[in-house]
Design a protein around this ligand. Structure first.
Ligand SMILES: NCc1[nH]cc(CCC(=O)O)c1CC(=O)O
Length: 310
């Protein structure tokens, strides 16, 4: 039995999600999986990370190790994957999604925070939707991993921060959550809460083996969500939310429901639309919805990208 080498970043969130997929694969295929720690430039230098444009750095470093044959595969937060294809790399599996919602971490629910409360987030999508919920908030741009962000609340620098519920679960910090946002209030980022498993596209045998942890419903849902992002030519730094679910009743045709929004950073204007269809048409559903968003002025709203605390 071959030992599969799983390349992973060394952060707690990365090793937890890699370890989880390693266990799932061992259980289902009988293969041993060895975690191989990879240090990326983004891990070494914060300055470098800002310069090189965020999480793409981590994804690219792991992809390089896959292409060179140093490791066999990698696990990424799907939300951090660029929407375009990567030369020589295949998305071998999309694991069944964890809770996709955003969570408020602080001493109280959003409605109970004081007027003008300081709420930290680095994501324009969260900024726009937070301001739509509470126009009086002082939304503060922040960086760093989830632990660093949570510490800003304990230190009193901020009243609260918004983070992905799934990520908080992976680092064992659900204790910090004061409210989970319903997607009606705050649409998650495309792919949020789902894990992507990538390997070399010329290793069909391996891709097939990794495919044992693929969940077709999650794959269809995130395909629809990410197609919206791709058509809008937006990245993870755009004020775009998208969330799809697949209803798969035994007796009738399965159905994919997709909702997406584009919001101005001041939270005052937002376009939010929904569509449904067969999961096999996920890409088409995403493309059509993006076209409708654009027809309603999405590109103009996305143009206003600067975070200006008010
Ligand atoms: N942008 C970083 C990132 N990438 C994935 C997650 C959380 C886990 C997930 O969505 O799968 C996070 C942290 C966050 O947004 O709070």
């Amino acid at each position: 039995m071959t030992v599969l080498r799983l390349g992973t970043r060394k952060s707690l969130m990365a090793t937890t999600q890699s370890g989880f997929i390693a266990d799932e694969l061992s259980r289902l295929t009988g293969h041993a999986v060895e975690l191989v720690g990879v240090t990326t430039e983004g891990d070494v230098s914060k300055a470098h990370l800002a310069q090189m444009g965020g999480t793409g750095v981590f994804v690219n470093a792991l992809r390089d190790r896959i292409l060179s044959g140093e490791v066999d595969f990698a696990v990424h937060s799907l939300k951090d994957l660029p929407t375009g294809p990567a030369e020589g790399i295949v998305l071998a599996a999309v694991h069944r999604r964890d809770d996709p919602r955003d969570a408020l971490c602080g001493p109280a629910k959003l409605a109970d925070l004081p007027r003008g409360a300081r709420v930290g987030t680095g994501s324009p999508r969260r900024v726009a939707q937070l301001r739509a919920l509470r126009a009086d908030l002082d939304v503060v741009p922040i960086r760093g991993n989830a632990d660093t962000r949570l510490r800003k609340v304990t230190d009193g620098e901020l009243d609260a921060v918004v983070l992905a519920y799934a990520g908080l679960g992976r680092i064992g910090r659900l204790d910090a959550v004061s409210e989970i946002f319903d997607p009606d209030q705050m649409l998650p980022a495309p792919g949020q809460g789902a894990l992507a498993i990538e390997c070399r596209s010329d290793r069909g045998d391996l891709a097939e083996l990794l495919g044992t942890v693929d969940d077709p419903s999650t794959r269809a849902a995130v395909t629809a969500e990410r197609t919206v992002l791709a058509v809008l030519e937006a990245g993870c730094s755009a004020p775009v939310g998208a969330f799809a679910t697949v209803e798969d009743p035994a007796d009738v045709e399965p159905k994919l429901h997709l909702t997406a929004c584009v919001a101005a950073l001041d939270g005052a204007r937002q376009v939010r639309l929904s569509a449904s269809g067969h999961p096999e048409r996920a890409e088409e559903i995403g493309r059509d919805l993006a076209a409708r968003l654009l027809a309603q002025g999405a590109d103009q709203l996305m143009g206003e990208r600067r975070i200006e605390p008010q």
